[in-house]
Design a protein around this ligand. Structure first.
Ligand code: 5GP
Ligand code: ZN
Length: 114
C-alpha cells in the first residue's frame, strides 16, 4: 500500500527506532509511548485489520506474537510481565490501518482496559 504509514516504516521510507526485523515482521518503538516500554510489531505485508487476515496467515500471526514475546524478553520484561494488544477497528481504538501488536511494559496495567 503506497500511502500506508506502517508499510512505509517497513520499507524504511519513514524512519523509526527498529528493535527487531526479519523476513515477515518489523518491531519498532511507538512514536507516542503509553508506557515506559511501548513497541509495535507489524507485518511487512499489508493487512488493514485483523478482519482482513485469512486462515493462511495463521503462521504470520503466531510469529508476530512470538516476536512480541522475544522483544519483551530482550527488554527484560519477561519476569515482571507485559501486555500485548491488537486493536481492531475504531471502537477498539485502531488508528493505523495496518495490522500491528502493541507490546506494553514497565508499569502496571488496569483490567478491564479503558
Ligand atoms: P492503533 O491506535 O492503531 O492501535 O496504534 C497505532 C500506534 O501507532 C499508536 O500507538 C501511534 O502512536 C503509533 N504511530 C502512529 N504513527 C506512527 C509513526 O509514524 N511512527 C511510530 N513509530 N509510531 C506511530
Ligand atoms: Zn500497510
Amino acid at each position: 500500500m503506497a500511502d500506508c504509514i506502517f508499510c512505509k516504516i517497513g520499507r524504511k521510507e519513514i524512519p523509526s527506532k527498529i528493535v527487531y526485523e526479519d523476513r515477515q515482521v518489523v518491531a519498532f518503538e511507538d512514536i507516542k509511548p503509553q508506557a515506559p516500554i511501548h513497541t509495535l510489531v507489524i507485518s511487512k505485508g499489508h493487512f488493514a485489520t485483523l478482519n482482513d487476515v485469512g486462515a493462511e496467515e495463521e503462521g504470520l500471526l503466531g510469529h508476530m506474537m512470538l516476536v512480541a514475546a522475544r522483544v519483551a524478553k530482550d527488554k527484560g520484561l519477561d519476569k515482571e510481565g507485559y501486555r500485548v494488544v491488537a486493536n481492531c477497528l475504531e471502537a477498539a481504538g485502531q488508528s493505523v490501518f495496518h495490522i500491528h501488536l502493541h507490546l506494553l511494559g514497565g508499569r502496571r496495567f488496569a483490567w478491564p482496559p479503558g
